[in-house]
Design a protein around this ligand. Structure first.
Ligand code: PEP
Ligand code: MG
Length: 579
């Protein structure tokens, strides 16, 4: 038996035999003799037929499965595969001495370049699709066979999975996904969440461990909540799995049954529970679990793993779908939070010695204001009023704010976005501007700028790392990774006082908010809005409903003087209601 850790990408537990899907790298193509041209033209036209039919089928299946938006993506791609403009370009390339693969690669680059050059949002968005479709045709030609499939219920194990392959695997036989690479914001993870298939990604050593038993069928358990996989489980682990599965089913039923209850303490203090989401597909589950809005919509999923930034139209679509799903509750869209720690091909940031202290998030604005203005424009357009009933407030939040000057950058970018939309006559609505408090300085000098904002939200994941100088991703420093550190609590206390003086809303959207003992400490310190991953909502609601605010307040103030996070945790764990 081997246990491996990765990142939780789609919740739930699954077990079954593993199937290792090997995805071949795309070939570059070759030069051909004139006599080969006819055969290459035939290969290309055959690929058009196979690819467009496969995409149509995929679109129909995905739509019929209750995901019409995802289905429409593949239907549009089928039309592109049949586009005569693409065929003309490929045929010219083949006549000029390239094979079908080289012709497709060059034609797609040419067509995509032309589309981008037109400076039109919609056409630019189509450029990325043209490249994707051409890639699929190259796959068809290079493999000369159908994509891998599953002949029985299995857990798919792979290095990474392209989205089209993820969507084309038979749902009824796809029990779970375990990937050596990838991240929870990758497209494969997004689709897995939309389909409710448990997934764990970024599991270092997964393929090497599987290959150590060649030819043997390896049973595998995926824990998509904990981000763990177990290869070849022994009997006691299998028994644990059975227990866990029935306990999880009971907990899921209870969470849904309690979703409509208010998170109110026994002595009448109400706390608003919101969801943290990373993709629009997570909205439905969060609403069902009783989230009263989105306190943190991480938008990085739109920006990573692609060669160009997402278009404004693509962003409007994504933001609007979340705003509509949560209406009439608020949705907080966070501006792009990437940098040297998460490189993006179209954002060439030189290597940095300390990326967490480097050019990340809004610090990219001086070089790339376009990225943030486009994002703000998209959020404003997503807030445009609609006929079918009121939408909730749309909030936009900037991460990595250090002080008043950074706040000015945000306000200036928002002004520019609004002025542009006004001048262009593009329909849009109001957005409430706020910032994340995740750098201690931003709290300490909060008095100097809070009054210019609508709200602030404590990002306690980064606040902990910047307060006690501990890299949040370094597993060797796990003993420091507890946000109940008295230094963090003192900063939260300061933030509550300063936000109160400025009259702005204050929430917490770091993981701390979804950790029941920590959530109680935050309520004791005066926080009235907690935003967390949807699966944590039920446990936090239960903890709040079983507590007295007067006790939480007394204990939270006492916690400020405790010597360690461990000591604080002990006190709040003792306050958790039984059951
Ligand atoms: C945080 O830092 O607490 C936070 C919520 O943002 P992220 O985890 O995305 O950095
Ligand atoms: Mg952060």
């Amino acid at each position: 038996m081997r246990r491996l850790r990765g990142a939780a990408a789609s919740p739930g537990i699954a077990s079954g035999p593993s199937v290792h899907l090997v995805i071949a790298p795309r070939p570059a193509g070759r030069r051909i003799a004139p006599a080969e041209a006819l055969a290459e033209l035939e290969r290309f036209h055959a690929a058009v037929t196979v690819t467009s039919e496969a995409l149509e089928e995929l679109a129909a299946r995905v739509s019929a499965d209750g995901h019409p938006d995802e289905g429409a993506i593949f239907r549009a791609q089928a039309a592109m595969a049949r586009d005569p403009a693409l065929a003309d370009l490929v045929e010219t390339q083949i006549r000029d001495g390239g094979d079908a693969i080289a012709g497709l690669g060059a034609a797609a680059a040419d067509l995509a370049g032309q589309l981008r050059g037109l400076g039109d949002e919609l056409l630019s968005a189509r450029a990325a699709d043209v490249e994707d479709v051409a890639g699929r045709m190259i796959d068809v030609i290079a493999r000369s066979g159908p994509p891998p499939t599953l002949d029985r219920p299995s857990i798919v194990v792979a290095d990474d999975l392209p989205p089209s392959l993820t969507a084309s695997l038979p749902r009824e036989r796809l029990l779970g996904i375990a990937l050596e690479t990838g991240s929870p914001t990758a497209h494969a993870a997004i689709l897995a969440r939309a389909y409710g298939i448990p997934a764990v990604v970024g599991i270092a050593g997964l393929l090497a461990t599987l290959d150590s038993a060649p030819g043997e069928e390896v049973q595998i358990i995926i824990d998509g909540d904990a981000g763990e996989v177990v290869l070849d489980p022994d009997e006691s682990t299998a028994a644990w799995l059975r227990e866990r599965t029935s306990a999880a089913a009971l907990a899921a039923d209870r969470a849904l049954a309690e979703a409509t209850l208010a998170a109110i303490t026994r002595d009448g203090v109400e706390v608003t529970l919101l969801a943290n989401i990373g993709t629009p597909a997570e909205s439905e589950r969060a609403v069902a679990l009783g989230a009263k809005g989105v306190g943190l919509f991480r938008t990085e999923f739109l920006f990573i793993e692609r060669s160009t930034p997402p278009s404004e139209v693509e962003q409007v679509r994504a933001y609007r779908s979340v705003v509509e799903a949560f209406a009439p509750h608020p949705v907080t869209i966070r501006l792009l939070d990437v940098g040297g720690d998460k490189p993006i091909p179209y954002l060439p940031i030189p290597p940095e010695a300390n990326p967490f202290l480097g050019v990340r998030a809004l610090r990219l604005a001086p070089d790339r204001p376009d990225l943030f203005v486009t994002q703000l424009r998209a959020a404003m357009r997503a807030a445009a009023p609609r006929d079918g009933g009121p939408l909730g407030p749309v909030k936009v939040m900037a991460p990595m704010i250090a002080d008043a000057t950074d706040t000015d950058v945000l306000l200036a970018l928002a002004d520019r976005a609004r002025t542009e939309l006004d001048q262009e006559g593009v329909p849009h609505g109001p957005v409430i501007l706020g910032i994340m408090l995740e750098i201690p300085s931003a709290i300490l000098v909060g008095d100097s700028y809070f009054g210019r904002l609508g709200f602030a939200s404590l990002g306690t994941n980064d606040l902990l790392q910047y307060t006690i100088a501990v890299d949040r991703g370094n597993s060797q420093l796990a003993r420091y990774q507890d946000s109940l550190h008295p230094a963090v609590l003192r900063l939260v206390h300061e933030a509550v006082e300063r936000a109160g003086r400025a009259g702005i809303e204050l929430s917490v959207c770091g993981e701390m908010a979804g950790d029941p003992p920590a959530a109680l400490a935050l309520v004791g310190l005066g926080i009235r809005q907690l935003s967390m991953a949807a699966p944590s909502l039920a446990a936090v609601r239960r903890a709040i409903r079983g507590s007295d605010h007067a006790t939480l307040e007394r204990e939270a103030l006492a916690a400020l003087d405790q010597p360690s996070a461990g000591a604080v945790r002990e006190r709040f764990v003792a306050l958790l209601p039984a059951g």
